[in-house]
Design a protein around this ligand. Structure first.
Ligand code: SF4
Ligand code: SF4
Length: 510
């Protein structure tokens, strides 16, 4: 006897025996959970469509502005330099998902994931409108299919444009829409690409996104435990399944005699009448009666389908229900377990760290970096004085909502100075300003290895004040050759470039 199972044997719910794809056209079950999911789904779609238009503190409520590399979230602005904050945010999101999954199973997949929400409450209703409800008389007419895809295209364009508004803002998007594509070919191609991806996903790929592309379903075996809330079939109540005429039943479970395997034929019939309505309504094509499966997105359609059947056959609802593996097997569901204690603790630590980092953020981020090109230092002689000059690039991110002028001065370093930014650096709100300056330090201030850390006091016209430390590189042999004057040593430096525009001369010319 062959041990190879055919694809239909619940191995792959969307594969036919000949290897072709089985197209899933689920029959909707409009029960109590479906009605609740519909309210949640249309609420989410409305929120998704409106959020790009909402502002808080003059900023977009939520926007990942890739053009200027800013992330606005509920009135706060984050930048790529906020790596700690962004990392804390990302880890917090993951821990929240872990916690929600441990408690409520795949509630995200069934109730809030955009893939499920759009597929089940936008695209499938449109499909049924043009083609009819599966299991009922199919609507005919050659125009229906093109009309269906035209409607899909309109919906996809709307969703794609709304999606893009989260990345470029509604003003930019409005400009793109109202101008000729030839005036902005790149952004037009991006819009076409995102619309095409939506069409591919919701017209063709569909449930395959959940089955083969999404990693979350594959993680459920480690994220769930026996006490997590899942959509589950009750085999104790349901088995043995079948169409047998039902007697008035007492205990519907199999009668187990110690030391003897019960014969299903002797058992009272279970509540499952094997009508397959829970299968034909399933958007991923699986049979929930086979137990918890990776393909189950916990959409509750099988609950609604089975409840309707139970109502018809006069049995209590809940043969398929929200439950836990422990409860289904007759044990008590434990709400408190190690993972639902540890995850909130980790989450509290992460949120606490996030709040502390946000609270400690100044009105500006100041960065000093070595200026690109040229030598790291050079000699500058002016009348009686001599300095080692270093070209430094200053970057200031103004995190406030007002224009600020920033000034820079060296702290506790007699004879040293900063040149090239005497009037200060003016930076617009939430913009990045930069300037290249020359830091001049007397040669004798350099250490034996030619290094010198300076402290720069940065002050803003808005009251901002911050000390920034920066390490300069000077001639490495300074201070080593006792007896040589600093000028003589600097004269011998190999670094001969002066491209600063200061009065310094190339050292090799001395
Ligand atoms: S819908 Fe209910 S009764 Fe029908 S096959 Fe599924 S579990 Fe059994
Ligand atoms: S088994 Fe039930 S809950 Fe799971 S995906 Fe299918 S219909 Fe939804």
């Amino acid at each position: 006897m062959s041990t190879v199972e055919s694809p239909e044997s619940s191995l792959l719910s969307t594969l036919n025996a000949d290897g072709s794809r089985k197209w899933i056209k689920p029959k909707p079950s409009r029960g109590r959970f479906w009605k609740r999911r519909r309210v949640v789904a249309y609420g989410l779609i409305t929120a998704f469509s409106l959020i790009p238009y909402l502002r808080l503190n003059g900023r977009p409520l939520v926007q990942f502005d890739i053009t200027v590399r800013e992330f606005s979230l509920f009135g706060s602005v984050f930048y790529p330099t906020d790596t700690v904050l962004l990392a804390l945010l990302a880890v917090s999101v993951f821990v929240t998902i872990f916690l929600l999954t441990a408690l409520f199973g795949r509630v995200w997949c069934g109730w809030a994931c955009p893939q499920t929400v759009y597929m089940e409450f936008l695209y499938r209703p449109i499909e049924r409108l043009f083609e009819g409800v599966p299991g009922k008389k199919r609507k005919t007419g050659a125009w229906r299919k093109p009309a269906k895809y035209a409607a899909f295209l309109l919906v996809s364009m709307f969703l794609a444009h709304t999606f893009l508004a989260y990345f470029v803002g509604v003003e930019q998007l409005r400009e793109w829409i109202t101008r000729s594509p030839f005036a902005h070919p790149v952004s037009f191609l991006v819009m076409v690409g995102v619309t095409g991806a939506m069409m591919f996903d919701f017209c063709f790929f569909r449930e395959q996104t959940c089955l083969v592309a999404c990693p979350y379903g594959r993680l459920q075996s480690v994220l769930l435990d026996r006490n997590s809330l899942i959509v589950s079939y009750d085999p104790v109540r349901g088995e043995p399944r079948g169409h047998k005429r039902r007697k008035a039943k007492g205990d519907v479970s199999l009668k187990v005699v110690e030391g003897k395997t019960p014969d299903p034929a002797d058992a009272e019939p279970g509540d499952c009448i094997d009508c397959h309505k829970c299968v034909t309504t399933c958007p991923t094509g699986i049979d929930i009666r086979n137990g918890l499966q990776m393909e189950c997105i916990h959409c509750t359609q099988c609950i609604d389908a089975c409840d309707e059947v139970m109502d018809k056959v006069g049995r209590p609802r809940g043969l398929i229900r929200y439950s836990s593996q422990a409860a289904i097997e007759g044990e008590r569901t434990r709400l408190l377990r190690s993972r639902v204690i540890v995850y909130p603790l980790i989450l509290m630590l992460l949120v606490g760290a996030f709040v502390m980092v946000v609270a400690s953020k100044d009105g500006a981020d100041v960065t000093f970096i070595r200026a690109a090109g040229g030598m790291p230092y050079f000699r500058v002689d002016e009348s009686e004085t001599s300095h080692i000059g270093s070209r430094v690039k200053i970057r200031v991110r103004n995190r406030t909502d007002a224009e600020v002028t920033y000034t820079f001065r060296l702290v506790e370093l007699p004879g040293a100075m900063i040149r090239g930014i005497d009037e200060g650096l003016v930076v617009e709100p939430h913009k990045l300003g930069s300037a290249e300056v020359v830091v001049l330090v007397p040669p004798e201030e350099y250490g034996p290895r030619g290094q010198r850390t300076v402290t720069v006091r940065v002050e803003g016209s808005d009251g901002f004040g911050h000390n920034v430390s920066y390490s300069l590189i000077g001639p490495a042999w300074l201070g080593e050759a006792a007896g040589d004057s600093a000028d003589e040593r600097a004269d011998d430096s190999e670094h001969k470039t002066d491209n600063t525009g200061t009065t310094g001369e190339p050292e090799g010319d001395d």
